[in-house]
Design a protein around this ligand. Structure first.
Ligand SMILES: Nc1ncnc2c1ncn2[C@@H]1O[C@H](COP(=O)(O)OP(=O)(O)OP(=O)(O)O)[C@@H](O)[C@H]1O
Length: 267
């Protein structure tokens, strides 16, 4: 990382985008003190984090790893989700109940007796997310949350991310899926060569050709289609649903109303 200045505010979803090796995971791993900066400062909720007070960052910032095997250690999924709570001294019965609630939040109650190691990639991601949510962090960090997931599981994880945001938790994630970033993020940060080289709302970032070119990225498909179809400079859709609304509006306004026998248009 080189002179990165990065903040996460409450009530936002931030997406880090950038090519392979741009530094997304490295930046994310600083947020919960998995890595401590050699130079510079990491501040979590007003507290400067050093080697001596990492637990403060770990408690406030939950990290869902891309490789869930790093995270899942106990014999069953339920034990795994309880594990962090028990480390904080929460008694067994209460820990079990809270773990079950966390699994229900991510629609994974059916996995509670399964052996984590044998779960599918998407199931592991949900179990990992439950293990983080149960600790009630104020920020959840997800490294490539959709990597390796089928479309249904991707949608499920994306919905869960929006849900935890609605529950008042800030979310920071990295992704190569720019459609997903456009869909969920309030703010997008573009990384290249260990730096944040630009950022803004999805609309600002995905219509900034020079910025995307510097990061070797291509705009999401809604942006490309809008341009190719010359939908107008001001519309600037970034998601598929923006694009559909725009096309529907364009279709409606170009339809010539057929006068009826009484000479009036009837809708
Ligand atoms: N512990 C380390 N020591 C030295 N270099 C490292 C270390 N961890 C990562 N790097 C290097 O830092 C650079 C950024 O890696 P990082 O994993 O953060 O990129 P990324 O943007 O997440 O990439 P990808 O999209 O491929 O996952 C890479 O060149 C990587 O080799």
């Amino acid at each position: 990382m080189h002179e990165v200045d990065f903040s996460v505010y409450s009530d936002e979803i931030v997406a880090l985008i950038g090519g392979n090796g741009a530094g997304k995971s490295t930046l994310l791993e600083h947020l919960n003190a998995t890595l401590i900066p050699d130079d510079g400062e990491l501040v979590v909720d007003g507290t400067s984090i050093t080697e001596d007070n990492k637990p403060h960052a770990r408690k406030e910032v939950g990290f869902v790893f891309q490789d869930a095997d790093t995270q899942l250690v106990a014999p069953t999924v339920l034990d795994d989700v309880m594990f962090g709570l028990q480390n904080y001294g929460v008694p067994g019965d209460e820990a079990r109940e809270r773990a079950r609630e966390a699994l229900a939040t991510v629609d994974a109650s059916h996995l509670e007796d399964r052996i984590p190691h044998y779960l599918s990639g998407g199931e592991k991601r949900l179990a990992g997310l439950a293990g983080v949510l149960v600790l009630e962090p104020s920020v959840v960090v997800l490294d490539e949350p959709l990597a390796g997931l089928d479309p249904d599981r991707s949608q499920l994880v994306a919905e869960r991310i929006e849900q935890i945001h609605e529950d008042g938790i800030s979310v920071v994630l990295s992704t190569h899926d720019l459609e997903f970033a456009a869909e969920v993020a309030d703010r997008v940060c573009v990384m290249a060569e260990g730096n944040i080289i630009g950022g803004g709302t999805p609309r600002e970032v995905f219509y900034d050709d020079a910025l995307l070119a510097d990061a070797n990225l291509h705009p999401p498909s809604a942006v490309r289609v809008a341009r190719d179809a010359e939908l107008g400079a001001t519309a600037q859709p970034v998601t598929e649903s923006d694009l559909v609304s725009l096309l529907t509006e364009a279709g409606n306004s170009s339809t010539t109303p057929t006068p009826s026998a009484d000479g009036h248009r009837h809708d």
